[in-house]
Write a protein that binds this ligand. Structure first.
Ligand code: BGC
Length: 466
């Protein structure tokens, strides 16, 4: 039958994306080594996986309270939020929030323009909430790799995803935000806590489940954080307790360690991106790139006459036109094929039934590789926590967020099944975070703020929880 013949031929193109369990184990072993390099005092400068200290030393203990502002930059949207933490009910309430668009040219413009825009959005929001007279503490979820010196001093190492504003790399982001607010002069903010989205996600789940000690994002970008033993965090003084480490696993492979699994398509995606040569692992996994990988495979299959009778379209040839959300739609169990056909028509392609099936197979292969690579990385973290604690068996919870994880029909199932195989000694519960970037940031700020009044802004929390 035609489909089978096609399948065999197409399969040859897809083969390099299919990673065996043994390969994933190898990948996990390499990441394990890179975790150690990133944590080491003398090796971290050159380490591709940065393992950044976050100065968050424990999760909430339920006694935090108050009103907070939160900013969330680096995911699908830029948002401003007003969050209330209510102690008695152990609840984090989102009072209100507002999405502000960040135009594409601003993502690539100057840092000053970007921070002025952020300060203006915050001003509008404060007016609409009647909060302008107050100086509320602010949690800033800034989802990019930052070298954190303190909870309120955070230096951008590099932009990732679609951002590339000039004059921000190497600078303290809190300072840039405060300067922009002072330039306006119409309002002020209280103390600031900087939070990576993974940390916010872990913290927001930690309020519900105190064994949540990993935060993971699979959205526009990908990354994870986890609670590491202080004695292993050589860059920060102190031996006792634990600190949350932002792994920045997206940078895995930046030293060439993933060359054997990178395909020709991955290399093109990297070359065409605005940050060539960095965030190798992220480019194989996250929402910013998955659609483009699929598009490139489809282009190649069309060129080689295995799709659409060799007839391409302008849209298919245009970078970015095959959106990552199409993959989720095409892989939908019941309506997937029909969705595929509608999408192909919209992309100006003349399809037959077999074409839509092949396209579905391509989507499935690419999303599956993403889920399995994430699983390998998550298994590495879980095993590390287990070994750190000298346990034969670890029971733990991971707080998760991100459009790919949430929206794709079988991504989470595949991820969970693969982690079980790669980390059989770990029993991992997955908790989808409810607005981790907003509420989690408020949580971190609340905890930091509470301690601020006691011991200064260095966030030593109750280590007893872990
Ligand atoms: C950033 C991380 C972030 C992740 C998910 C990556 O590109 O480097 O800091 O956590 O995206 O948003």
């Amino acid at each position: 039958n035609i489909l089978q013949r096609f399948r065999l031929e197409v399969q040859e193109y897809l083969e390099p994306f299919c990673l065996s369990l043994e390969k994933l184990q190898e990948v996990s072993a390499r990441l394990k080594r890179d975790f150690s390099r990133g944590l080491g005092k003398h090796s971290h400068h050159k380490a591709p996986v940065k393992m950044l200290p976050t100065f968050v030393r424990a999760t909430p203990d339920g006694t935090e309270k108050g009103d907070f502002l939160a900013l969330d930059l680096g995911g699908t949207n830029f948002r401003v939020l007003h969050v209330r933490v209510v102690e008695e009910q152990q609840k984090v309430l989102k009072m209100d929030s507002q999405i502000c668009a960040i135009p594409q040219d601003m993502m690539l413009g100057t840092g000053e323009q970007l921070f002025d825009h952020i300060a203006a959005c915050l001003s509008d929001f404060l007016v609409s909430q009647d909060l302008k007279g107050q100086t509320l503490p602010l949690g800033f979820t800034f989802s990019f790799p930052c070298e954190q010196k303190e909870i309120d001093k955070s230096i951008l190492i590099r932009w990732t995803k679609g951002f590339n504003c000039s004059g921000v790399e190497g600078k303290d982001v809190v300072k840039l935000l405060k300067e922009a607010i002072h330039r306006r002069g119409d309002y002020d903010i209280g103390s600031v806590a900087m939070v990576n989205d993974t940390v916010g996600t872990m913290m927001s789940c930690g309020y519900r489940d105190q064994s949540c000690e990993i935060g993971m994002i699979i959205g526009t970008g990908t990354n994870a954080c986890y609670m590491e033993e202080m004695k292993n965090v050589k860059r920060v003084e102190g031996e006792d307790g634990r600190m949350c480490i932002n792994t920045e696993w997206g940078g895995f492979g930046d030293d060439g360690s993933l060359k054997d699994i990178q395909t020709e398509f991955d290399r093109v995606v990297d070359k065409m991106s605005i940050n060539t040569g960095v965030h190798t692992f992220e480019k194989m996994i996250s929402g910013m790139y998955l659609g483009e990988i699929v598009r490139l495979v489809l282009v190649k299959l069309t060129e080689d006459k295995l799709l659409f009778k060799g007839q391409s379209s302008e849209a298919l040839k245009t970078p970015g036109r095959f959106e990552t959300k199409f993959i989720s739609e095409i892989e939908e169990q019941d309506n997937g094929l029909e969705n595929a056909q509608n999408i192909l028509t919209k992309l100006g392609l003349k399809w037959e039934l077999v074409d839509s099936r092949v396209v579905r197979l391509v989507c499935d292969t690419i999303s599956s590789r993403s889920a399995r690579l994430c699983a390998a990385a998550l298994a590495t973290i879980a095993n590390r926590i287990r070994v750190n604690r000298g346990l034969d068996h670890l029971k733990t919870t991971v707080g998760v967020d991100g459009t790919v994880y949430r929206k794709h029909p079988n991504f989470s199932d595949e991820l969970k099944a693969t982690v079980r195989l790669l980390a059989p000694e770990c029993d991992i519960t997955f908790l989808v975070s409810e607005d981790g970037s907003g509420k989690g940031a408020a949580m971190v700020t609340a905890v930091a703020h509470k301690l601020d009044s006691k011991i200064g802004f260095s966030v030593l929390l109750k280590p007893a929880i872990f």
